[in-house]
Unconditional design. Sequence first.
Length: 185
Amino acid sequence: NTANKGKARDFIIPDKTINPTFYGFKVSLKSGDPVALKSSVSNFDGLSRLADTENCSLPIFSSVDGQFTVGPVVWTFPNTTTSFWFLESVGSIVQTAELSMEIAVVQGTMDCRLEAFKLLGINNLMYEFADETWKGWILGKIVSHALSSMDNNQLISQASADITKSIAEDFGNQWCQQQAAIRSM
């Protein structure tokens, strides 16, 4: 468990990379920034093992290496103006996904650090457009369909390296703190 309950990380995605369509017609997504969609990612607290971890422990060295699933990670794009034909509404796009990743952390006599991390996959990806108006309800259906029809990880892949690094660093920090507590006993 990475103990990230309530924490959020901010990420920016260039909006030129996102081109959703609904039955061939463009769906426009814009934030207050003309060149990027601003977002935050939260809910890193659901870290679980995919398989057995490999632990190595010597008097001067210890490490952990394994594959983990984290999530569902919640990715929010607040204040996003969405338009399709004559409909326009401002709301939040909320994306949820489970991330599979490989993490390796090493502790030596001098330091403890994240040695390696890699995103293995994105699973159970879902989208929702949150706006309480009737236009928002209609656009919510259109946006969810348009984003789900894109390459399965197109929206999340723009910041997946940052997200993966953030999760891996938090896991590494927690593991290092635990190892320091064990060694001080």
